[in-house]
Design a protein around this ligand. Structure first.
Ligand code: GLV
Length: 327
């Protein structure tokens, strides 16, 4: 008798090549909506499955894990995994996969694009034309700040933070960094380490590259924004929850800091009546850090690689809770 193929649920349409690989080995169901599957659908679908391919928009928690008695592996198509209760998964003996490394450069590109767009006020400049304000070359209009020679403070000098530091060097910036905690050196990639408060005081640009954890939730709030220069530009391509949005609004509105450029918000999507959207000195894009054709395909393929390993009972090539194997 032919062995039954493992059952897999994929919570959104991902790259075709990755789905083809999955289909070759598994009995696959893909949620076809452009919005994530509603919670009740997800909870129902996981009841019979052996493997789940999730996105950062899907909450994988104790409740879901309890409903999925056959589940052997969860593979997140993202490097971040704050949507997943990793401790609960470990308790249930379920390895969690993510997609590190392959989106580093693409995300660093976007962080730098946001940094430059904020410095040179590209969003406002584009609106200026569309609003019919471009009457002549104006020596005093839309003046921004220089990037070369400026100090960039990188919060979280992991893979993406370091890739941003490399770009900054090419633009003749001075780079400092904070975070790491566990024995990070005083100098890393030519960047001097600072405590967070010092970094905020010294930087002309601050770019966030740490994960969202209970420790980093609202890491940048009223007090921290108050330490920044009145001309400082804050870039966030990590997770929205790291910055307190109410405090950010107040700081931008009162010109306590110069500008913010955000790829991530709290909540996501940002509500259309969010006051941040009324500000000229705030540029917001819809969580597109890893959104290049090539990178999104690589992420989907890596997620499938993780999933297939988990279904075979093998160690995931990219596992966020390796302690699951010590049980
Ligand atoms: C995207 O935000 C990711 O974590 O991959």
């Amino acid at each position: 008798m032919e062995k039954q193929k493992p059952r897999v649920y994929v919570t959104r349409i991902i790259a075709e090549k990755a789905l083809d690989l999955l289909n070759a080995e598994c009995n696959v169901k893909v949620w076809q909506g452009s919005m994530p599957p509603p919670r009740d659908v997800l909870l129902e679908q996981v009841q019979e499955i052996d493997g789940l391919v999730s996105l950062l928009t899907d909450k994988v928690d104790e409740e879901l894990l309890k409903r999925a008695p056959n589940l052997k592996v969860v593979s997140n198509v993202a490097v971040g995994y704050d949507n997943i209760d990793v401790n609960a998964a470990t308790r249930h003996g379920i390895p969690i996969g993510n997609t590190p490394g392959i989106l580093t450069e693409t995300t660093a590109d976007l962080a730098f694009a946001l940094l430059m767009a904020a410095a040179r006020r590209l969003g406002e400049s584009e609106r200026y034309i569309r609003d019919g304000k471009w009457q002549t070359w104006d020596p005093t209009a839309l003046l921004g700040v220089d990037i070369y020679g400026a100090t960039l403070g990188i919060i979280g000098m992991g893979r993406i933070g370091q890739a941003v530091a490399r770009r900054a060097r090419g633009f003749d910036m001075r780079v400092i960094y904070s975070g790491g905690g566990h024995g990070y050196p005083t100098q890393l990639m030519g960047a001097a380490r600072r405590e967070l408060d010092e970094l905020l005081r010294e930087s002309d640009f601050v770019s966030i590259h740490c994960p969202l954890t209970p420790d980093t939730y609202h890491l940048i709030s009223e007090r921290e924004l108050g330490l920044m220069k009145p001309t400082a530009i804050l870039v966030n391509t990590a997770r929205g929850g790291i910055v307190d949005p109410k405090a950010l609004y107040a700081a931008l509105k009162n010109k306590q800091i110069g500008y913010a450029a955000l790829d991530v918000t709290e909540p996501e999507p940002i509500h259309l009546d969010d006051p941040l959207l009324t500000l000229d000195n705030c540029l917001i894009v819809p969580h597109i850090g890893s959104a290049s054709v090539r990178t999104r395909e690589k992420m989907a393929l890596m997620a499938v690689e993780n999933l297939l390993a988990g279904l075979k009972g093998e160690r995931l090539p990219h596992c966020v809770n390796p302690s699951v194997y010590n049980r």
